[in-house]
Design a protein around this ligand. Sequence first.
Ligand code: KIV
Length: 284
Amino acid sequence: MSDRKKVTLPVLFKKVAEGQPITWLTCYDYPTAYFQEQAGVDMILVGDSLGMTMLGYNSTLPVTMDDMIRHTQAVRRGAPTAFLIGDMPYMSYQPSVETAIRNAGRFMAEAGCDAIKLEGGAEMADRITGIVAAGIPAIGHLGLTPQSVSSLGGFRLQGKGALQAKKIIDDAKALEQAGAFAILLEMVPDRVCKLITERAENCIIMSLGSGPDAHGQLLIYHDMFGLYPKFKPRMAKVFGNAGEVILTGLEQYVAEVQDKTFPAEENYFGMKDEEHDELLKLLK
Ligand code: KIV
């Protein structure tokens, strides 16, 4: 395990004050969390994107609170010091402030989270206020919000035009005023992200495909390593093709079992001659 001290809110705000970019990745399982912790990633998001990356759904909508809790617990076991964020799944906060507080509380009590994230602008400000009043740090999410993909018309850039950009900027202010300590901007133009970051007073602005001028960057882990077979978003940089390595290894496994080069002697266990002889006698 790493000997890093726990990443806390003051640690994150100190980074911002010192102009050090914050690193943030998605993660859904214990071994990946272990590696992210070793690499010194500041923040980990157990995103409801796990519905697509881990469970094979076509959207995030079928993901339940129980799915989220199970994966978040595993990630916490692998990454004890990272700042861990549970992503509120579809309909875990939309129905009411009370539902939102109850489900946010589950992430903290059952999965050891440091904060939660939820999607939406001014219309979700009361959920943020309620959650923060319950003592739970909250992150807002604007721009491309996958739970609303149908009303947004697909996975596409948000805030291209001045009017829509103004709405995103107003939403960011509403979330900050409601008490969000951070806001994720997903797929908004770089200039809009810059304006929001410049206007933020006590709020950490994070970018996913929204350019370099935020306080930090988020990427989807599966996109970074070629692990999501269906598509690669333009904003994702591939840092290594683990998917290709795994596929090559699997094809080699199939070939070696078929041509009997696997298992080799070092891959199995023998028995002493005398024990074997004795066994054969016992079987007579
Ligand atoms: O679920 C998720 O991983 C997310 C990202 C798309 C930001 O919310």
